[in-house]
Design a protein around this ligand. Sequence first.
Ligand code: AVJ
Length: 332
Amino acid sequence: MNHKGHFMLTHAITADPGREFAAEVRAGITKAGQKELPSKYLYDDVGSALFEVISVLPQYGLTRADERLLRRHAHEIVEQVPGPVAVAELGSGSGKKTRWLLKALCRRQHVSYFPIEISPTALAMCERELGDIDFMSIVGFEREYLDGLVEVAARRREGQNLLVLFLGSTIGNFDRPAAAKFLREVRYILQPGDSLLLGTDLEKDVALQLPAYDDPVGVTAAFNLNLLSRINRELGGNFDVSKFQHSAIFNEELGRIEIHLVSREPQVVRIRAIDLEITFAEGETIRTENSYKFDRDVLAVLARDTGFSLANTWYDDGHLFSFNLFVAQSPK
Ligand code: AVJ
């Protein structure tokens, strides 16, 4: 048998994704006070492609920091995850940056790599990108993170540890209680000795932070506005996208960047599939994403509170970004 990239795509079996989208749009957009939409819906085919562009913008350093850390410290990271390990990645995207770590691991053992992605296009890209690595097999899961991780854990072989990658500071999309809840759920699926490599953006000067979410070329604006087009396409909405404007703000009190869609004028929008009519005042916004920033103290507490220990931290130049190795502890 060929030891090279064997790829298999497991199709979503979770509840009808279209209905879930409709329900979450309804819940978010009819919310009293601040209207909101869940950020995961930014990543349809168009949104995922736009995010790939964001990741190469000079103003957006996060993805490059990720890749630098993986390139520089791959061997050291691999040394700290003992035994034979299988690798699961939550939100692999194109998988490009993960190559460094996988190759380092493949020098020691045959690797099973399980990218978990809600975007089928990103998964397909990941296969093309990493399919050439020797001594590695790829099995992709088109799933929500936790559903995918449950399936990966079920495939674990006797004596094999799991290394879960959650990179790119995606954990920053969760508010603090939701982040803790999510990590606890991950810990519950894992076994003592398994590890989680968590990439996190760190607190930094706002002057540096904001342009990453409001680039002069307007890619992030397009990424954000695409969510309205997606609602038009998939739920029969009649958003006039030109009547909304992208905006990024730093919420100092909560330590997060927020991106919003601002209504340029008073207007009424209809969404056929959920039989909804929404009124917008001029200047009223829909919040489409929170992006929390971290510091080391918060991370150590987060690890301890969720059943992990913080075994190591690697910093990027200027301490703008970090990798944190969480090791699953035995329940007390
Ligand atoms: C992929 C969630 C880490 O919050 O920085 C980039 C998404 N949004 N520009 C982030 C994003 C606008 C990104 N994450």
